[in-house]
Design a protein around this ligand. Sequence first.
Ligand code: GLN
Length: 491
Amino acid sequence: MRLSEYTALQIKKKIISREIRPIDLVEHFIKRIKDIDHDIQAYLTINEEETIKKAAQIQKKIENGENVGILAGIPIGIKDNICTKGLHTTCASKILENFIPPYDAFVVKRLKEEDAIILGKTNLDEFAMGSSTENSSFKITRNPWNSDYVPGGSSGGSAAAIAADLSILALGSDTGGSVRQPAAFCGVVGVKPTYGRVSRFGLIAFGSSLDQIGTLTRDVKDAAILLQVIAGHDLRDSTSMQVPVPDYLNEIDSGVHGLRIGIPKEYFDAGLNEDVHNALKNALRMYEQFGAKVVEISLPHTEFAVAVYYIVANAEASSNLARYDGVRYGYRTSKPNGIIDMYCHTRSEGFGNEVKRRIMLGNYALSSGYYDAYYLKASKVRNLIKNDFDVAFQNVDCIICPTSPVPGFKIGERAKNPLEMYLSDIYTIPANLTGIPGISVPCGFSKEGLPIGMQILGKHFEEKKLLQIAYAFERETDFHMKKPVLKWSTD
Ligand code: GLN
């Protein structure tokens, strides 16, 4: 087995027992990134010097018999909309191309406290707006399973990095599916925690009532350990909740016997790809064999979720992105003709088309005369959607559905039609609108050999149960262990 193929838990044992030296591990990853990432384009920045320095420090600690953190010496890729002190954080936007944060995001601080090694910053759709990573201003990330296909988005760089063994762990952010959908497209595990479970301090804001930082890993146990490190209350994010963080690994193998699994009938309609449908049917049969009861449920307001999301998210984005005005930091146009001209040119030169489209739509939905018709109405329908889930969860322990209606799509296929791109978020968006946690786990492959993801949704703050349910499936299957053959490189 190649060094880069191990899970975090496996490599941790080897590091602690001194079988593997952190320095050799990170050098292996840096070499691998240099060798093959020009084909995949998962990373925007490689933190080479710091990585080696940090690995040497951890190695010393281990050699001296000192205590080390939970993630000692384990490399992690961070989505480039999460602030890293002294390391570029661009949001894949020209407007932040030269931005170097003076502080670490809460999650990055936690990772460093536990001795993880920040390997680099991963590519995304500009400001996390997209489902394919094609909206990055800098590069297009390719799906390691087939280079003609997108890796999903917006955390496509992080998902591709895990799938291609260019990191062991990765962080993403999920506003409408951006952790779960790329996890599904790349055949890895993606967790979107409950809104309020993980601090958003230092996550560059997109839709503040929806955004949540999540994990991308090779398997469910690694997701448990990474979530353990980043979860918890933080005074600097007023929406982070003071809810105790349980031990996620403890009892992860307790199985699903006696649990009730809800299957929303609206999620299995005509628009669902046949291979995805079959993979889900097979997974549900397995859950029944494991002793769970599968029951049909209804989430009647599902059809409005995409429309509601694109009003709420864009409204919040238009307000959050008002700060990029060329005054304090970020890109500024050269030779402006007065202050208004400076604002206009800075923003029209700094933002890409998708970001501009969303700012315009968001401002429109919030403008006087339209606010009631769009934003207020969307907020009311959002409540109806939340109500659907509250009712459903009175009867079931979790909900299982596809992560995405299709196994993947080709680069360029949907880029010209924003509406088609937006519709691909249909199954992931409701969790963000309602704040509930969700996990995507590999559950099969399409005829073309692309991975398929199964989504498990749970009640607020029940990530522990979700991980148990996901693990019950994972331990009996080997989808998560399959590796893409990187045909177009010298692997
Ligand atoms: N694809 C969705 C969008 O374009 C979700 C993005 C996200 O979760 N950051 O808004």
